[in-house]
Design a protein around this ligand. Structure first.
Ligand SMILES: C[S@@+](CC[C@H](N)C(=O)[O-])C[C@H]1O[C@@H](n2cnc3c(N)ncnc32)[C@H](O)[C@@H]1O
Length: 260
């Protein structure tokens, strides 16, 4: 059939149609992110932390970091001299002070933090440098994209402290803790691995219990329908302090992934 026959296969999708559809799907998907990229003031530490002196903490080169491009990051364990140590991934570490504290407190664990907030990435790298850490690496990008790229059963502990609460009902699809995203988390966790979250938004906390208590692959360490008493090992975060200052209660949830 001639390619100039304009009446041919008019109801069949062309390559261009499906490319357009894929691009549209991608755009739609990209539109539903758990974060809102914000431009904030870069403090002195944050600026310093983005200088070559602290580049050893970043998994990506500068241009990829600025573009939040995580292409090719497919193995977090391989980032460390001792890849077999227990691995913790913290999603959305903010300014990073508590992630650095935790990595300092557990030198026999490896830690990876992922954030999209440039000032936070710089600040965290600076603090890690001051602390002389060798067990912490930082990634600039979307945690969901990263988790999908990792092998199954890769991470021992995934921590999510004070995630954006997205309180309006029409924004709930942006919340990190919802069934589709938690299935992605579960795949990346090792059997017997942990998912630990904390929030100062009571309704989000209740919804976390509903989502996670209904997932058969997870066991609520505190018991079905129960929150975990605040654990000592979790340092006070900036957003936790803000919640307390504004009179909100703090809720922790801890789930263990069942071994089949
Ligand atoms: C409310 S702040 C909490 C920061 C810090 N954990 C604390 O408690 O102070 C949530 C952070 O999560 C980050 N974030 C949200 N979704 C993310 C994602 N999909 N990947 C990486 N970071 C994300 C945001 O950029 C933001 O800095």
């Amino acid at each position: 059939m001639s390619t100039t026959d304009s009446t041919a296969h008019t109801d069949l999708p062309t390559t261009a149609d499906s490319d357009n559809r894929a691009a549209l799907d991608n755009r739609r998907h990209r539109g539903i992110q758990t974060f809102m990229k914000r431009k904030t003031h870069m403090g002195k530490k944050a600026q310093a932390g983005l200088q070559p002196e602290f580049a050893r903490f970043f998994v990506q080169a500068d241009d990829a970091r600025q573009a939040l491009d995580i292409t090719g990051i497919a193995d977090l364990r391989a980032l460390f001299a001792k890849p077999d140590l227990p691995l913790t991934l913290e999603i959305g570490f903010g300014m990073g002070a508590t992630l650095v504290q935790m990595a300092q407190a557990e030198p026999t664990h490896n830690f990876v933090g992922i954030e999209v907030h440039e000032a936070g990435l710089g600040n965290c790298a600076y603090l890690a440098g001051q602390a002389g850490l060798t067990n912490l690496k930082l990634i600039a990008g979307d945690a969901i994209t990263l988790l999908k790229q990792l092998p199954a059963a890769h991470i021992d502990t995934l921590q999510l402290y004070f995630p954006d609460p997205w309180p309006k009902k029409r924004h709930h699809k942006r919340r990190f803790v919802q069934p589709e995203r938690m299935a992605i988390v579960s795949r990346a966790l090792k059997p017997n691995g942990y998912f630990h979250a904390a929030t100062d938004w009571a309704q989000y906390a209740e919804d976390m219990l509903i989502v996670l208590d209904h997932m058969p692959e997870f066991c609520n360490v505190a018991g079905q329908g129960q929150f975990l008493p605040r654990p000592d090992f979790r340092p006070l975060t900036k957003f936790e302090q803000r919640g307390i200052n504004e009179g909100r209660a703090i809720f922790d949830v801890l789930y263990q992934k069942l071994a089949d």
